[in-house]
Design a protein around this ligand. Sequence first.
Ligand SMILES: Nc1ncnc2c1ncn2[C@@H]1O[C@H](COP(=O)(O)OP(=O)(O)OP(=O)(O)O)[C@@H](O)[C@H]1O
Length: 347
Amino acid sequence: MIQLSDIHQIYQGPSGPVEALKGIDLTVAPGEVFGVIGRSGAGKSSLVRTINLLNRPVRGSVRVDGRELTALDDAELRAARQGIGMIFQHFNLLASRTVYENVALPLELAGLPPSDVRGRVEPLLELVGLTGLRDRYPAQISGGQKQRVGIARALANRPKVLLSDEATSALDPETTRSILALLQQINREFGLTVVLITHEMQVIKQLAQQVAVIDHGRIVEQGAVLDVFTRPQHETTRSLLDDIAPQELPESVLARIRTLMHDGSSEAPQLLRLAFAGDDAADQPLLSQVIRRFGIDLSIVHGQVDEIQGRPFGSLAVLARGAGESVASAVAYLRGAGVAVQEVAHV
Ligand SMILES: Nc1ncnc2c1ncn2[C@@H]1O[C@H](COP(=O)(O)OP(=O)(O)OP(=O)(O)O)[C@@H](O)[C@H]1O
């Protein structure tokens, strides 16, 4: 649905050129929710605004729904943009227009007669739960309600793609969850392709199926959310994941592990960090299997289990103790069963 190839963006800053995007390649499949995450200044806004050419790259190709947008003239681009809705962090509503009139605006601009406009706007207000607030002005509704207006307006032209530029960053956690649930409903009901940018892993966790991590204008890691969460490869990904799943063990736990590791027994235990995701690895009694099969002892020293879009995702720190190669064999067995195992050498 979306294909970005070798995208470069350079801005003229006060102290010289700023290279904001340095050769981005990205493919988003139809109907997918694709998240782009990065720290402030990484290039997220520049990237998402490239997809509808609000931001025209200095180099590279932007293909959306089979069309090369960079090759279109102004009129063609305006028409193509009707297929790409967008929502914003600060909602960008017109203060002088009511909720209804804000949602109607893109349809009026597209030249639809008022009766057709009504036929489109009313179901959209119902979809986003704002029918009762249709005559209010933006100043008279909450932030979450403003974003619902933004979503209804973005859907007015029945786009195939929805771009979300930090759409929940100005909202509290509970309102964020309800807006993300609405976006998920829209993605499922209409098969809309969604590209969202965020600096919060929580947003990726709740909504995205695929994720790309952007750092200093480059994609440093990308893949299915479950894979990236269980096997983060890049330092930036690990530090972003820290917000929802701490990558380092707390000092109090490390102190306990040090005591257990030096308790004077003949076999020094090995500290293992296990990360599992998805139904297969989580549902099997893997720990009891390796204990029986390889005759090892396992003590769980730390752990947490969470959920990504209804699928289990968790991490455990265990001390494994066994004779000869038994722990190494158990590690190989766990890896074979889809568990990411990290052998921690120094505590
Ligand atoms: N119009 C501009 N002129 C000059 N530099 C810019 C312009 N827009 C963005 N930049 C710079 O380009 C880089 C990427 O900015 P961008 O806004 O895309 O990042 P971001 O990841 O969205 O950050 P944030 O989350 O803080 O908005 C930053 O160094 C920023 O300062």
